[in-house]
Design a protein around this ligand. Structure first.
Ligand code: FAD
Length: 426
């Protein structure tokens, strides 16, 4: 293998790496996809909701071949206090016109399928190999190092995830900073489909995506639940700096979330089959490094810090696929390695990845409004409790009761200030 030279070596068989390698192999390029896990996906943790347009961009109808779980037709937002839950529920069985808008996915399954698709297109997949360095000659990246072995290629694509060792080795960016990432924990709980359908109000093929706030003890962050076939993915993502300041451990917060009566009712009787923790890019556009390429080297997916988190939606997988496609197109179209970087940036623009990132560039400001993660969910639940309580005593006038609930959690001045901050972020 050491004597072979590839057209491209892609490091990391996540969605970014496989999308890139798939497109290159399909175009007849001699591509090697290297993965440190024993199988593609074995190291991946993800809440598991994929916006399907990205697969469609890669190849029309590819999503129909992919091992997707349930089509998401129910969007639910839960505001939690200690025991109560106020849930907003949006149902639309026709979500997405030509292609369904999103599906729940299990990454171990999806990533393995994708790597097999790369092989089916003629790409080579080498798993169980940790890439620990880059080969640089005359200012250009010309290959990778793995346990002292050299492998050479015209271009190396770093698809090695959020804490990209290769991006750092290439000198493009420093270590990941804690303010720029969230910590995510995810658990998969097996549950019979009939229980999932009944508890989430969906049919066999349909799925629900639920986000929850008010479950992180005031720390910036939130929780998610996605319905799969025969299982539920649930997890929590939050700011590690704030958690450290409050000396709170992620597993304690996650445990408390699972013990909430409204969450217990959804997962009761289930069996935990997977548990993991991972970083997730959090600050979107502002977190993307200034330079995503060098001669012979491109950075894609989480490694490039592509990610959008609106509090209601976490997007990383679709952006990983789109950026992998952008890199592959640049490699295919470039007459020489010198032009690849500029072409890659152009593709990111043309495929609207940059526009999407830019559209949410100030969104992160929302997460600085601490009351969103504590006071306001409590306020909503107190207001609900007041409105639905009937105890036969002298009734409190509606407006007075509601104002009392509001005043407990925020002053009007604070609410106006928060509203203004939210408006500016949006
Ligand atoms: C808890 C949680 C929930 C999330 N929920 C969602 C969601 O619902 N929807 C969504 O769109 N996004 C979600 N995300 C984000 C999403 O998971 C990522 O954006 C996406 O996985 C990025 O894909 P990637 O291919 O760039 O990186 P990854 O999926 O991280 O893949 C990187 C691959 O590189 C391999 N690798 C790393 N280093 C090396 C090395 N040195 N040598 C060889 N191989 C290496 C890893 O093993 C891995 O397989 C979530 C993330 C977390 C943590």
């Amino acid at each position: 293998m050491a004597d072979d030279k590839f057209d491209a070596i892609v490091v990391g068989a996540g969605l970014a790496g496989s999308a890139c390698a798939y497109t290159l192999a399909k175009a007849g390029k001699n591509v090697l996809l290297v993965e440190r896990g024993n199988t593609a996906g074995s190291k991946n943790v993800s809440g598991g909701r994929l916006y399907t347009y990205a697969l469609e961009l890669l190849e029309p109808d590819l999503y129909k071949r992919a091992p997707l779980q349930r089509k998401i037709v129910r969007e639910q937002v839960m505001l939690l206090n200690e025991r109560g839950a106020t849930t907003i529920d949006y149902f639309n069985p026709d979500f997405g016109e030509n292609i369904p808008q999103s599906y729940s996915v299990i990454r171990a399954v999806l990533d393995e399928w994708f790597a097999a698709e790369v092989e089916a297109q003629g790409g080579m997949v080498a798993s169980g190999i940790l890439v620990d360095g880059l080969i640089e000659e005359n200012g250009k990246i010309v290959g990778i190092l793995t346990g002292g072995e050299e492998m050479r290629a015209d271009v190396v694509v770093a698809a090695d995830g959020v804490n990209s060792l290769l991006g750092q080795k290439a000198g493009l960016f420093p270590d990941v900073k804690s303010h720029a990432v969230g910590v995510g924990v995810k658990e998969t709980i097996e549950l019979p489909d009939n229980l999932i359908n009944a508890r989430f109000g969906v049919t066999a093929e349909e799925g629900a995506a639920r986000v929850a706030i008010g479950c992180t003890e005031g720390i910036s962050g939130g929780a998610f639940l996605y319905t799969n076939k025969g299982s539920i993915s649930l997890g929590i993502v939050f700011n590690p700096e704030q958690a450290a300041k409050q000396q709170r451990h992620i597993q304690d917060i996650f445990q408390d979330f699972k013990m909430h009566p409204a969450i217990q009712a959804l997962i009761e009787g289930g069996t935990s089959v997977e548990y993991g923790a991972h970083l997730v890019p959090e600050i979107g556009y502002q977190g993307i490094p200034k330079q995503l390429h060098r001669e012979g080297f491109l950075v894609v997916g989480d490694a490039a810090q592509f990610g959008i988190n609106t509090g209601l939606i976490i997007r990383g997988m679709d952006l990983a696929i789109v950026s992998g496609l952008a890199a592959a197109r640049a490699i295919i179209a470039s007459p020489s390695t010198a032009e690849m970087g500029a072409l890659y940036m152009k593709q990111l623009e043309e495929l609207l990845l940059v526009a999407n990132q830019r559209a949410y560039q100030n969104f992160h400001g929302i997460f600085e409004i601490s009351r969103i993660f504590g006071g306001y969910p409590k306020l909503a639940n107190d207001a609900m409790q007041f409105m639905f309580t009937v105890d036969g005593k002298t009734p409190t006038p509606m407006v007075k009761g509601l104002l009392r609930a509001v005043k407990k959690h925020a002053t009007f001045g604070q609410m106006i200030a928060d509203g203004w901050k939210a408006y500016r972020s949006l």
